[in-house]
Ligand binder design. Structure first.
Ligand SMILES: Nc1ncnc2c1ncn2[C@@H]1O[C@H](COP(=O)(O)OP(=O)(O)OP(=O)(O)O)[C@@H](O)[C@H]1O
Length: 607
C-alpha cells in the first residue's frame, strides 16, 4: 500500500471529490442559483434569526403524534424568517428570503455542543475496537482517529458535535478519508455502525468546498439540478436519511430534499423548485421526476447507494440502471460513486462494478456478518404454535418489566396479510401493536412508525419493508416470527436492534419450512459467538446438500466477506476488475468467499 495524503489529493482525480481545494469557493446555495450572477446582485447581509426555531406547520392533519420530529417531509417546511446563505464556517444556513432553515436539533438547540454528555457519547465503542478491517484497491488513504483529523469544515464539525458524535465509528474512520479524497468506494460494515454519516459527511463537506457553476441551471428554472443523489430502497429509509442529512447540513448552506413514492408529488416538486444540493430519493419517485423533466442529473458529482446490494438486486436493478446509466448523469470517473451496505454478495459486487471507477473496497467486520452486540436465539416452533409462543415471550418480557417506550419489540412476518392478522390478534390479547407493510398507505406507514417509536404501540409487526436501515432507538427485541429465505435478510432484520454499541436480543422461530436457512444461520451464529442449538446443527448438516443461499450453504463453502476482485473465478475472461492487488487485511480471511450463488429471491421495489 502506498500511503496517501489527503492534503495532497490531486486536483484532477477520478472523482468529484478530487476537486477538494479548500480555498473559499464560488459555491452558490441552490436558492440563489436561478438569480442573476452574484456579482450583479450582492448577497444580502447576514441576519440569521438564530433564536426562533419553531415550526408553524403541522404534520398530517388529524393524525395524533404528528409533531415536527416525526412528521417527515410533509411537515418540515416552516414559515417566514430570514437568514443568510452561506457555506462552511460562515455561520448560516440557506435562506430563500421567505423561508428560514428549520433547526433540526430541536430540543437540543440550547445544548452547548461542547457538552457531549448525552446519548451518543454513551456508545460502547469498545465493542467495535477489535473488528477486523479489510481494504483493497490502489492507494488507499489511511484511516483517521478523530473527526478533527479531517478538514470537514467548521459548520459540519459543529453539527457533528451537536449530534454528540465524539469520535468516528470504525467504518467512518476508514470510509470518510477515502471518500474525501475523491475515490469511489464499495463499503460494507455491520448494521448500526454509522454508515449514513460515513457517506453524508464527505458529500456535504465536498459540496461546501466545491466550485459549482450555476450556468446550466439558469437555463431551465423549473428543473432541479442536484449535485448529489442518495438512493435508498424504502420510503421510510429515505425519510430517515433526509432527517439525518439535514442535521449534518444545518447552517452549512447545503440544502437537502427528499422525494419518495406514496406522498403528494406536488409538495416534493415545490421543495425541489426552492433548490436542492442533495436529493435523497427512492428509485420509483425519482424516475417519475426525471420523466416529468423536473430533475436533471447532469450536475451530479456524488452518487451514494445505501443498502446497495438491495438496490442492485433483481427487484431494483433495472430502475437503478435507468437512473444511473440511461439519463443524463455523468459517467463513473466524472462523478464519485459510493456504495454502502451491511451485506454484499459477490454476484452483486460484480454487478456493482459497472457503476464504479477504480474503486476501493472496504469491509469493516466480515461482509454480511451480524454484530455480536445482538444475542441471537433460535427456537423450534411449529407453524401452529407460533402465536402462543410469541405470547409467552411477550408475557415473560412483561413479567421482567421489559416494556414500554424503552423496550420496543419488532416482529417480522412473511406476508402483509399475516402482518395485519397478527397485529389484530396481539391487540385483542392486550398487547398494543401496529403494523407496517406495502399494502398500507404511506400516511399509515409513517403513522405506524411514529406510534411505535413513541411507545404508544410498543410492538410493530412488519414485513421486510422495515428490515433495512431503519434506526429506531430502544428496539430491544427483534422476533423473526417467520424467518426469511435469505440469510442476508436475516442479518438486516436483526440489525434493527443492537445498534450504535448498544446490545439487543433477536429470537427466531424455526421449523421444517426454514430448513434451507439452517446452514447459513448456524454459520452466522457461530461466527458471532452465539450458542447454536444442537438440533439446528443437525438441520444444518441435513440441509447442506440441498440448501441454497448466498453464503454457500449448498456447496459447503465457508462464507467470507471480501472483495470479489480477489476471487480468481470472477476475473476469468481477462477482465481486470481490480487494477492492482493492493490489499490491506486486518485479518487473514480464507479465500473461500460466498459461492453458493445469489438466490433467485426476487423482491419487489418497495417505493
Ligand atoms: N460517530 C458516532 N458516534 C455516536 N453515534 C453515532 C456515530 N455515528 C453514527 N452514530 C449513531 O449510530 C446509529 C446507527 O447509525 P446508522 O443508522 O448510520 O447505521 P448503519 O450502519 O447505516 O445501519 P444499517 O446497516 O442498519 O443501515 C445512529 O443512531 C447514529 O446516529
Amino acid at each position: 500500500m502506498s500511503s496517501y495524503s489527503i492534503e495532497r489529493a490531486p486536483a484532477g482525480g477520478s472523482g468529484a471529490g478530487a476537486n477538494s481545494h479548500f480555498s473559499q469557493s464560488n459555491y452558490v446555495p441552490p436558492h440563489l442559483r436561478n438569480r442573476p450572477s452574484p456579482t450583479e446582485q450582492p448577497a444580502a447581509p447576514i441576519s440569521y434569526a438564530g433564536a426562533a426555531f419553531g415550526n408553524d406547520r403541522q404534520g398530517y392533519g388529524g393524525q395524533p403524534g404528528g409533531g415536527i420530529r416525526n412528521g417527515g417531509p410533509w411537515s418540515d417546511v416552516n414559515g417566514g424568517g430570514r437568514g443568510g446563505g452561506g457555506w462552511n464556517n460562515r455561520n448560516n444556513g440557506w435562506d430563500r428570503g421567505r423561508e428560514r432553515e428549520v433547526n433540526p436539533f430541536q430540543e437540543d438547540v440550547n445544548t452547548d455542543p461542547e457538552l457531549g454528555t448525552e446519548e451518543n457519547t454513551r456508545i460502547n465503542f469498545d465493542a467495535y475496537e477489535d473488528i477486523p478491517v479489510e481494504t483493497s484497491g490502489d492507494n488507499v488513504p489511511p484511516p483517521v482517529n478523530t473527526f478533527a483529523d479531517i478538514d470537514l469544515g467548521d459548520a459540519l464539525n459543529l453539527n457533528i458535535r451537536r449530534c454528540k458524535y465524539v469520535k468516528p465509528t470504525p467504518v467512518q474512520r476508514h470510509a470518510i478519508p477515502i471518500a474525501i479524497s475523491g475515490r469511489d468506494l464499495m463499503a460494507c460494515a455491520q448494521t448500526g455502525s454509522g454508515k449514513t454519516a460515513a457517506f453524508c459527511f464527505p458529500i456535504i463537506s465536498g459540496i461546501m468546498k466545491s466550485n459549482i457553476s450555476v450556468q446550466r441551471e439558469t437555463r431551465m428554472p423549473r428543473m432541479a439540478f442536484p449535485l448529489a443523489l442518495i438512493l435508498s430502497p424504502t420510503r421510510e429509509l429515505s425519510i430517515q436519511i433526509h432527517e439525518e442529512a439535514k442535521k449534518f447540513a444545518y447552517q452549512t448552506g447545503v440544502r437537502v430534499v427528499v422525494a419518495y413514492g406514496g406522498a403528494p408529488i406536488n409538495l416534493q416538486l415545490r421543495e425541489l423548485e426552492r433548490g436542492v444540493d442533495i436529493l435523497v430519493a427512492t428509485p420509483g419517485r425519482l424516475v417519475d421526476l426525471l420523466e416529468r423533466a423536473r430533475v436533471s442529473l447532469q450536475m451530479i458529482k456524488y452518487l451514494a447507494l445505501d443498502e446497495a446490494d438491495r438496490m442492485l438486486d433483481m427487484g431494483f436493478e433495472p430502475q437503478i440502471r435507468r437512473i444511473v446509466q440511461q439519463m443524463d448523469m455523468p459517467p463513473p470517473g466524472l462523478r464519485q460513486t459510493m456504495l454502502f451496505s451491511a451485506t454484499f454478495p459477490k454476484e452483486i459486487q460484480r454487478l456493482a462494478a459497472d457503476f464504479l471507477s477504480t474503486y476501493i473496497f472496504l469491509a469493516v467486520g466480515r461482509v454480511g456478518s451480524s454484530t455480536d452486540l445482538i444475542v441471537q436465539r433460535v427456537e423450534y416452533v411449529l407453524e401452529t404454535d407460533k402465536r402462543s409462543h410469541l405470547m409467552d415471550l411477550l408475557h415473560a418480557q412483561r413479567a421482567n418489566g421489559v416494556q414500554g417506550k424503552q423496550a420496543l419489540t419488532l416482529v417480522f412476518v412473511e406476508t402483509k396479510k399475516g402482518a395485519d392478522s397478527l397485529e389484530h390478534w396481539l391487540c385483542m390479547n392486550g398487547f398494543p401493536a401496529t403494523t407496517i407493510h406495502g399494502d398500507r398507505t404511506q400516511q399509515e406507514r409513517e403513522y405506524a412508525l411514529r406510534s411505535f417509536k413513541s411507545g404508544t404501540t410498543p410492538i410493530l409487526v412488519a414485513t421486510d419493508v422495515a428490515a433495512r436501515g431503519l434506526d429506531i432507538p430502544h428496539v430491544a427485541h427483534v422476533v423473526n416470527f417467520d424467518l426469511p429465505n435469505d440469510i442476508d435478510d436475516y442479518v438486516h432484520r436483526i440489525g434493527r436492534t443492537g445498534r450504535a454499541g448498544k446490545s439487543g436480543l433477536a429470537t427466531a422461530f424455526f421449523n421444517e419450512n426454514n430448513s434451507s436457512l439452517a446452514r447459513s444461520l448456524s454459520d452466522l451464529m457461530q461466527e458471532a459467538n452465539q450458542e447454536v442449538p444442537a438440533w439446528l446443527s443437525h438441520f444444518a448438516v441435513r440441509s447442506s446438500n440441498g440448501g441454497r443461499n448466498r453464503r454457500g450453504g449448498g456447496s459447503g463453502g465457508r462464507f467470507g466477506g471480501r472483495d470479489f476482485r480477489r476471487d480468481s473465478s470472477f476475473n476469468r475472461g481477462g477482465t481486470d476488475f481490480y487494477g492492482g492487488p493492493h490489499i490491506n487485511s486486518g485479518y487473514g480471511g480464507p479465500s473461500g468467499g460466498y459461492g453458493g450463488g445469489y438466490g433467485s429471491n426476487v423482491t419487489s421495489a418497495w417505493d
